[in-house]
Design a protein around this ligand. Sequence first.
Ligand SMILES: Cc1ncc(COP(=O)(O)O)c(C=O)c1O
Length: 590
Amino acid sequence: MKVVSVLPRHYSSAYLSILKKPTTIVHRRAVLPSSNNCNYSTVSPPPQKLSDNLKDLHSQLDKDELLADNTPDYVRLVLRSSVYDVINETPISNSVSLSSRLNTTVQLKREDLLPVFSFKLRGAYNMMSKLVSKMENQHNVTGVIACSAGNHAQGVAFSAKHLKIPATIVMPVSTPSIKYKNVFRLGAQVVLYGNDFDEAKKECARLSEERGLVNIPPFDHPYVIAGQGTIAMEILRQVRCVGNRIGAVFVPVGGGGLIAGIAAYLKRIAPKIKIIGVETYDSQTLYKSLKMGKQVQLTSVGSFADGTAVRLIGEETFRVCKDHVDEVVLVNTDEICAAIKDIFDDTRSIVEPSGALGVAGMKKYVTHLHPEIDHSKLIYIPIMSGANMNFDRLRFVSERAVLGEGREVFLLVAIPDVPGSFKKLQKIIDPRSVTEFSYRFNRHHNDENGAKAFIYTSFSCVDREKELKQVFAQLEKNGFEAVDISDNEMAKSHGRYLVGGASNIPNERVISFEFPERPGALTKFLNGLSSNWNLTLFHYRNHGDDVGKVLAGISVPPTDKEKFEDFLKDLSYKYHEETNNLVYQKLLKY
Ligand SMILES: Cc1ncc(COP(=O)(O)O)c(C=O)c1O
């Protein structure tokens, strides 16, 4: 298991002196795009009923930063943004192989090339520079504080260094050292506090109050949103809307700052361009909120795409999104991994999972969701939003990319346990290359037709649907039973490594857990086990993920059923009962 150094629960602080020299200053004047095909929308939005929170938030803006209805004038805020004090415009790269594969034109907006490797710098800097310029003199700013274990932290630290104001970043104790060291290097004070993000956030609020530090929010503030919106201004300048050819911009969504900024600007200047949000299935707060017509808080979020793992879309960002976002596409982990590979193939850059959401969503939009659109005539622009990739994750990403691309199929096949069956199976799969094949003799798999062998196999393919149909037809003809288990998470994480481990254990319960990747996690699990329960199976493989995936089998006497449920609850690790999972039933048990 990955070992993360244990840090004290109370915060340990680190100071680094702020560098004297400012970073490169490249100032560009913001201009409206000149193309005739961009039509400036002058229609005033209908008056909106705003919560007191939002009224308060909007009242922090200057009068000339507001529209007639007292909501932020995002076009004006974008045009006045100061982000070019610290960044150059990011380029747009042609994505040659994706364009030819999808028969469309794909142009990637390269936010991964910014100084802290993500767009977050734009919003953080814009807000902080406004803060400084609103003070008569910058010495009045006691400092800023932010809670983040990711890209926002680096954006705030970088901006603070440039503006020569002190910054404090609060991060959970479990934050990988690569992340807090980077923030520290950028000159911020790092406070490691709490076991999770919520505890760190509370400490951040407390410190902000106690020390009079201004809290820089990661997404839900007009200046942050406007900073992110400068991306839209650049896109229109860079791509030009010849013949209205920009079909859509694909935007990764977390708390919604990025998409709100882009949408607010584009829907005023070039309203025909579609704004498509992309979220993961396990972090779909915008998707659900749009469906319900109000902010929806998720009870938990997945951690693979950590940059976008947000439980609640912002209030201001949702206000903007509900008027301007055309659609939200949901993608899974395998599709994100495939997108990371696509981006690598075209640019030789590796983006982080959240940074690849735009490409993953665009692929789904073109290949599955909109057959009625002639994509060949349009330009699609996914935002490559960040590249702070944890190197350890690459193994997992490369393993899953082939599945996400639909270039590999996992099957569980039951064949008669008689000589010649393997050969027949191999012939059916041939000429496709077999990428995995696991079997162990097990005389206990018998039915009325005789003994059976269960095979776990995977093979490469080019046209998944078509080839799978052919293979299944052949398998059936030969009397083999097969199930496609490419979407079976337990099979992909564990089952494939456990083939042949079948046992006949009374009262066995099989549970998959997400152990936090921190010392003591295993001890806590083992200590919680009652002495009359038997640990019958334990499988773990490091996937370079934030959590350790563990499969455990435990034999629990029926009289201890309730005690066992209490154990699972007290452990407070995410878990899922796998006792009825097909892979367990067929491969691990008789
Ligand atoms: C790489 C990356 N992409 C996308 C997002 C989502 O941005 P937002 O929270 O503004 O929706 C984040 C947020 O931190 C991020 O780090």
